[in-house]
Ligand binder design. Sequence first.
Ligand code: URA
Length: 250
Amino acid sequence: MRSCTGCGLHSTRTNAVPGSGSSKAEILIIGEGPGFNEDQQGLPFVGRSGKLLDELLAAIPMSREDVFITNVVKCRPPDNRDPLPDEVAACRPYLERQMELLDPKVVVTLGRVSMLRFHPKGKISEDHGKILEWEGRILFPLYHPAAGLRNPAIKRELQKDVLKLPEALRQANRVSPKNIDDKIDGEITTKAPNSPVTQEDQKLPEEEQENNNRPSSQTAEASTADAQLSEPLLKNETTKEKGDRQLGMF
Ligand code: URA
């Protein structure tokens, strides 16, 4: 990912942002794409959106060490615009490989762009906070934290929705083994569809993110899938390091 030239975003990036977190995580959190700070540091969600994400996780209570965080596209779209379809397509194999390696029970999408990757007919204003089934996993769409920072009503929805994440994890154990359908299989439980919120913003403008250089946790743990990974070991590399490298730890 760090040396990828598969789409135009490589020419404007400072750093690619593969992701961070635990390679044993049962929960994969997927944002849209790196913003200014993420591009500078090479780590996901290190700006104000990331701080809100940390607060949301703390309410469950969880931390970055309990999840793996990545984005639909690994390089920053200029001016924080939405990634273009060809950019999403170029990055698709990386996200697919990350899903394969991590094999998460629950996929949490943050925002519309990320949700559409898995639920093309979804509407974030209707589907946020619903526990859905997708290819034998749980799909749990949430509003993007940047939207929550801009709109107090969305922030309240986020704070309410995230409390259902432990239940989503419990539901994951009831989902049948992965099937072959590349589509939403069905809703398992729903919240009342009465959200007053109809709009969503995506990433913050870079000036809102600029002064936030919080360190991000980047914990690498042994992956049980290491032995099955197809890439060869690099010189002096352990199998644990190989699994982490493939997940984008380094
Ligand atoms: N917004 C995203 O969607 N991803 C990040 O990593 C940061 C902000």
